[in-house]
Design a protein around this ligand. Structure first.
Ligand code: FRU
Length: 490
């Protein structure tokens, strides 16, 4: 397809105009959001001609999900993002109901996008059958053109027991001159699975079989797979829908999981795995390999079930701060991408702070900061850290030293919706110490516990002036070391 369609032109013009309006409210300092409108999953996170490109599921015209476009931004340092014109609009018969999630690669001089094209058959004006197919668009980092002959991979290539309606979110890569795509799918018996395809020319694709189906039921449809090597091991990431809670490892609803394993004869063999994040707002993560060989992950920092955005905001949806992945002892650890350090200012350090009752420390306050705590000598039954506090409003991080349970709670953050506000994690101190790195931005908190062994990500909505930080102990005392940096306003 050549030229810019009227749907794409309309979206680009709309964003340009609406995005100009003066900001009414505090916006995140170092988390990506769209200039206006609704954002969900990250898409096409890729390195192309010296920059990192990130696309995202986008409905520019309102702060609610609607016919999906691909929004587009790029960065060199994961902190400063440049917004680019909308990359894809639902403008073809086969994708008129949405350009759903997908991925991208840099191939020769071209930027190749793989996305799910959605078309809903209607009978008597009613939606009757969903068709999800996989399509390719080729671009130059700015404009993208869909392949002339329509979807590259369609439902009729699938075996009978694989859903054609729940068949989405292609992850593309190239290996030894061959292209591969894996796609999330639901099998006839209601299990999630990942299907694999290959091609020599991006036009003609072959079905290669089921890459992976879990031995036990994990939700139903598996969305947004990613597949890559880390430390010589094969990693599979995916986001199941309709999960049931399991201990404190999985919560109900949509989750994001990883498995560590290896591939043999076209099948992924799982060895270990777990949740990628234990917070309320983390979904559909995907990764990019940096120029210097780091594996960086970004996720939609929101959830489908517990969305608490104030309806008056003209935008809805943010991305997590990009995180570097490390694999040690079959466990993935995550830490904020090191680039953030170039944006640190106002360093403040405290050592051996003794907390019994309530402690507030001079200069330890703010709403856009990177704070590391080392909690030790925990001779109390419970300790608590209150962030973004003013009066009776705050978000709470609490550690129950007896049960080894760590609780995040946002219910006192002016929340007026009866949604999930709390999450719990099992967490053991390491050598008597718990380390906690807190990335706090206006509307979000990302916690990296025990050097990133577990992470917890959540949004909350409070005004600018809620910026105190308070440390509390109950039933005894604890000690801590603390290092704080503000993040420079961009
Ligand atoms: C995941 C998801 C994807 C789909 C997209 C639609 O959040 O449901 O499976 O492609 O969102 O916006």
């Amino acid at each position: 397809m050549k030229g810019i369609s009227k749907e794409l032109d309309r979206a680009r013009k709309y964003v340009k105009e609406a995005g100009k309006e003066k900001k009414q409210e505090a916006t995140p300092v170092f988390h990506l959001k769209a200039p206006v409108g609704w954002m969900n999953d990250p898409n096409g996170f890729s390195f192309y001609q010296g920059e990192y490109h990130l696309f995202y599921q986008y409905h520019p015209y309102s702060n609610k999900w609607g016919p999906m476009h691909w929004g587009h931004a790029k960065t060199r340092n994961f902190v400063e993002w440049e917004h680019l014109p909308v990359a894809l609009a639902p403008d073809q018969e086969y994708d008129c109901d949405g350009c759903f999630s997908g991925s991208a690669i840099w191939d020769d001089n071209k930027h190749i996008l793989a996305y799910t094209s959605v078309y809903i058959e209607k009978a008597d004006g009613q939606a009757s059958k969903v068709h999800q197919t996989q399509s390719i668009a080729v671009g130059d980092g700015f404009d993208y053109y869909k392949q002339e002959n329509g979807p590259a991979i369609s439902g009729n290539m699938l075996p009978k027991n694989s859903s054609r309606e729940n068949f989405r979110d292609p992850k593309i890569w190239k290996e030894n001159d061959k292209y591969y795509i894996i796609v999330g799918n639901r099998s006839e018996d209601g299990k999630g699975q990942i299907l694999k395809f290959s091609s020599r020319n991006l036009q003609d694709w072959n079905y290669e079989g089921v890459l992976y189906q879990a031995s036990k039921k994990i939700g139903c449809m598996w969305e947004c797979p990613d597949y890559f090597k880390l430390n010589g091991r094969q990693i599979l990431i995916f986001s199941p829908q309709d999960m049931q809670a399991e201990g404190l490892e999985y919560h109900c609803g949509n989750g994001s999981l990883y498995f560590v394993g290896r591939e043999a004869e076209g099948r992924f063999l799982e060895e270990s795995g777990g949740s990628l994040d234990y917070g309320i707002d983390f979904y559909a993560p995907q990764t990019v390999l940096t120029e210097d060989g780091r594996r960086i992950l970004i996720a939609w920092m929101q959830s489908w079930d517990a969305n608490i955005y104030p309806p008056e905001l003209k935008w809805c949806g943010m991305m997590t701060f990009p995180r570097e992945l490390f694999l040690e002892d079959q466990i993935i650890r995550q830490l904020p991408a090191g680039e953030i350090e170039a944006f640190w200012e106002n360093e403040k350090r405290y050592e051996d702070v003794f907390v019994e009752g309530q402690v507030n420390l001079p200069d330890i306050r703010g709403r856009a900061l990177d704070l590391t705590l080392r909690l030790r000598n925990m001779n109390c039954s419970v300790l608590e850290i209150r962030l973004a506090k003013r009066g009776n409003h705050y978000i709470s991080i609490e550690y129950d030293t007896v049960r080894g349970i760590f609780t995040f709670d946002r219910k006192f953050s002016y929340c007026i919706r009866d949604v999930v506000n709390e999450r719990k994690i099992l967490l053991e101190p390491q050598g008597g110490v718990i380390t906690m790195r807190i990335l706090l931005d206006f509307y979000s908190v990302e916690l990296f516990l025990n050097n990133g062994e577990k992470t917890l990500t959540s949004t909350f909505f409070m005004e600018d002036g809620n910026d105190e930080i308070e440390f509390l102990s109950f039933g005894g005392s604890f000690q801590m070391d603390l290092l704080k940096h503000d993040i420079k306003a961009l």
